[in-house]
Write a protein that binds this ligand. Structure first.
Ligand code: ATP
Ligand code: MG
Length: 429
């Protein structure tokens, strides 16, 4: 096939068979966020490249090697967003909606772009639902974020399959002191570090903790621990968060090596991880970034947020057989019309029924095809009932009503009584 007829590697079509599950997932999250008082914000997909360099940090995987960057026709360097936080911060600053300490609880959904090696659960265009809270600095709000996701896992049936990992990176001062200690320690073991870690030691030393290299991991066993460098404020914050998680009964493990890829985190960082997806185990990740807004040119504004990867969660729902059964059925009633006159009557009748039952999922099939072949289609559609309208029914102003699932004889229903009859037998969501 010619290359232009293929999707770009790592960028996927989400086919009609898959969209019901996506919409179920997205709808569940949206309802939950509404209920907790979060409001949706929609940012453009493209921003100035500089925005991401400045907020994410030059020495990160994303900025160093994953961004889709191109020149606009007027020479501006633009980038397809690799994540949502930078654009969200840009938007609240541009519109002044966090000024004067105004609290904002915002969420967004949409595609993100990173030039990574595509594999299961890792794509070049992927989708996130993310959330950012501004101007709340206490551990209560960090806890709320986690409690909300815990509720989400509950609603989706995923609680047993995810684990919460927590860490505190401290304030930037305490992290600075820790970084010095870490650099000193690692420098003394330089020859035992893998190449990547040697490079990171100079550019972004905390990320050495993230290494997958076994030899480097062995060195890290004796490395200084962030927990020993936390100042009182960070320690109290972390304790406050843990107390709230304990109060709700949410299990967690402290992972001192959890540092997150992005530069801007402080105090709380967390990840929800699963062992059901192979290597791509993080389904939701976030933390506090009290210094970011100021770093981007705004007034000091505490912030905390997370992002979850929709593809990975959809994969999990499938892998764990948590796809609700009712998603398999997208049609309630399938109306077959035979003949031109009957077809016109069927259209008018179906519109009358829709007036009365706006949530009814009614599909009309008219035109060519034998009785038998139309019936096959009706059955394949997953509909619960077929309606039949041919010349005989037209003459009597009735429709044939036939249950497609389970038992039940075909009966005749008068047009005027059809909506009321359907209301009794189709449970509407
Ligand atoms: P990873 O360690 O898996 O690369 P990350 O730290 O780069 O993840 P974040 O930037 O924190 O990821 O993004 C939040 C979430 O978005 C991730 O936990 C994951 O669920 C999802 N995600 C990130 N990158 C991808 C990708 N390339 N394809 C699919 N989902 C992704
Ligand atoms: Mg990544």
């Amino acid at each position: 096939m010619s290359k232009s007829l293929q999707a770009i590697r790592g960028m996927n079509d989400i086919l009609p068979e898959q969209t019901p599950l996506w919409r179920y997932f997205e709808g569940t999250v949206a309802r939950l966020l509404d209920n907790y008082g979060y409001r949706q914000i929609r940012m453009p997909i493209v921003e100035f490249t500089e925005l991401f360099k400045r907020s994410i940090g030059e020495v990160t995987d994303i900025v160093e090697k994953e961004m889709y960057t191109f020149d606009d026709r007027n020479g501006d360097s633009l980038t397809l967003r690799p994540e949502g936080t930078a654009a969200c911060v840009r938007a609240v600053l541009e519109h002044g909606i966090t000024g004067g300490g105004q609290v904002q609880k915002l969420w967004y959904i949409g595609p993100m772009f990173r030039h990574e090696r595509p594999q299961k659960g890792r794509y070049r265009q992927f989708h996130q639902i993310g959330l950012e809270v501004f101007n709340l600095d206490g551990p209560d709000i960090d806890a709320e974020l986690i409690v909300m996701t815990w509720r989400l896992w509950g609603e989706l049936g995923l609680r047993d399959a995810v684990k919460l990992e927590l860490n505190s990176l401290g304030t930037s001062e305490s992290r600075g002191r820790y970084r010095e200690a870490l650099v000193e320690f690692l420098s003394a073991h330089l020859d035992k570090l893998d190449e990547d870690s040697q490079r990171r030691l100079k550019t972004n030393p905390l990320r050495v903790l993230d290494t997958k290299n076994a030899d480097t991991q062995a060195v890290l066993v004796d490395a200084p621990k962030m927990a020993d460098y936390l100042d009182d404020e960070s320690r109290a914050h972390f304790e406050g968060l843990k107390a709230r998680l304990d109060a709700v009964g949410i299990p967690y493990v402290i992972n001192p090596k959890l540092v997150r890829g992005l530069d801007y985190y402080s105090k709380t960082v967390f990840e929800w991880v699963t062992d059901k997806l192979g290597a791509q185990g993080t389904v939701c990740a976030g933390g506090r970034y009290d210094g970011l807004v100021e770093q981007m040119g705004g007034k000091p504004t505490p912030g905390v947020g997370f992002a979850m990867g929709i593809e990975r969660l959809v994969l999990m729902l499938e892998a764990l057989d948590k796809v609700p059964e009712e998603l398999a059925r997208q049609v309630d009633v399938y109306l077959c019309a035979f003949g031109e006159a009957a077809e016109l009557a069927a259209l008018a009748l179906s519109e009358r029924v829709r007036d009365q039952l706006p949530n009814l999922r009614l599909q009309i099939n008219a035109g060519a095809g034998s009785f038998k072949s139309q019936f096959k289609k009706a059955d394949k559609s997953g509909a619960l009932y077929a309606l039949i309208l041919g010349d005989d029914e037209l003459a009597q102003q009735v429709v044939g009503f036939k249950p497609l699932r389970g038992q039940g004889e075909q009966q005749s229903i008068a047009w005027d009584a059809l909506a009321a009859h359907l209301a009794t037998c189709v449970v509407q969501g």
